[in-house]
Design a protein around this ligand. Structure first.
Ligand SMILES: NC(=O)c1ccc[n+]([C@@H]2O[C@H](COP(=O)([O-])OP(=O)(O)OC[C@H]3O[C@@H](n4cnc5c(N)ncnc54)[C@H](OP(=O)(O)O)[C@@H]3O)[C@@H](O)[C@H]2O)c1
Length: 308
């Protein structure tokens, strides 16, 4: 029997179990994928802790994980675009942390050969989110853009996508990420008390757009520095988005196979880097989430389900 992550009640990482599950059946429009890698995202922690029980209640025993990469094992009778053995990138809501998943053929795109399995797992989640955020504020050549949490999973991609549009990018991060951001062509500014003053000093001509990936008062800072609400996007602070009428485009606004394919091709060509902080085995899922919950990940943490 294939194994999968499940939890039977809301709680901390200790509620996560790796259990045997029935092999899913493949419908006519569906594809069964042998999962190779799965990305970990902070939103999964909130779901597992029950923070979204009123809007997205768990159906116990609940699965976990969304964005993955793998190898097609079986296709339904009506599927034409994929065949056994194809390497794919996909999205399987609350199900991806498993040895096999079944998804509709429309939830997959081909994985470029030049993209590592670990990086491919991050395309549909943080890749789409960063894409949506950057599209929301449309950075222009020569503009100055601030990206908060620029060393994190979403931020590091958003910062590079804004750079690719010709913008000067200032990224907020802790001291330990200053050199890391500089190497990516992102100008680091440390977060914490006095952030607004440091940003004003770094951008005396003004800030044109602001991409918030952490909350922590960043939208207030952006407004205080005179950034127009229409050029501010937050993926982490819906309250501030409502208060100030700023944008809040995120994963759901850009997560399509077309965007995944575009991002995957760009990443495979080395146009931007998906930084992998650490890779874990399926049985290490609890530790992986403990580490992610520290909220100091540089790039992404990924589960490696099988060799490929
Ligand atoms: N709505 C959506 O579709 C969607 C999608 C993806 C993510 N999100 C949300 O977006 C947020 C970011 O996700 P993520 O995956 O990028 O998180 P992440 O990878 O866990 O972020 C870690 C990064 O945050 C930085 N950081 C921590 N506190 C900070 C602060 N006060 N100011 C600036 N940087 C700080 C850390 O930098 P240091 O190590 O240097 O401290 C680290 O690099 C999360 O809240 C997540 O739930 C929403």
């Amino acid at each position: 029997m294939p194994r999968a992550v499940r939890f039977r009640r809301y709680g901390g990482p200790e509620v996560l179990e790796v259990v045997d599950v029935d092999r899913p059946k493949v419908g006519p429009d569906e594809v069964l994928v042998d999962v190779v890698t799965v990305a970990l995202n902070p939103g999964e922690i909130a779901l597992r802790e029950g923070a979204f029980d009123d809007v997205w209640p768990a159906d116990f025993p609940e699965g976990q994980g969304n964005d993955f990469a793998g190898i097609v094992a079986e296709v339904g009778g009506d599927v034409t675009g994929f065949a056994q053995g194809d390497e794919v990138i996909g999205f399987a809501p609350r199900a991806a942390q498993a040895e096999v998943v079944v998804v509709g053929a429309g939830a997959l795109v081909a994985k470029p050969a030049g993209l590592t399995w670990e990086r491919a797992a991050c395309i549909a989640g943080v890749g789409s989110t960063a894409w949506a955020a950057v599209e929301a504020v449309q950075p222009q050549r020569g503009e100055t853009v601030v990206v908060s949490a620029a060393a994190g999973g979403v931020g590091v991609i958003a910062a590079q996508l804004a750079r690719l549009r010709g913008a000067r990018v200032i990224g907020t991060a802790g001291r330990g990420n200053v050199a890391f951001l500089r190497d990516l062509g992102v100008e680091p500014v440390e977060y914490g008390p006095g952030l607004a003053d440091r940003l004003a000093a770094a951008a005396p001509e003004g800030i044109d757009a602001y991409l918030d990936n952490v909350g922590d008062g960043n939208v207030d800072v952006a407004i205080g520095l005179g950034v127009r609400p229409v050029r501010i996007n937050t993926i982490a602070d819906p309250g501030a988005a409502r208060r100030h009428g700023v944008r809040s485009r995120a994963q759901v606004d850009a997560s399509t196979p077309e965007v995944w394919g575009h991002l995957a091709a760009m990443a495979a060509r080395g146009e931007f880097v998906i930084t992998i902080a650490e890779t874990y085995a399926l049985d290490e899922v609890r530790q992986a989430y403990r580490d992610l919950a520290e909220r100091h990940t540089r790039g992404k943490r990924v589960l490696r389900i099988r060799p490929a």
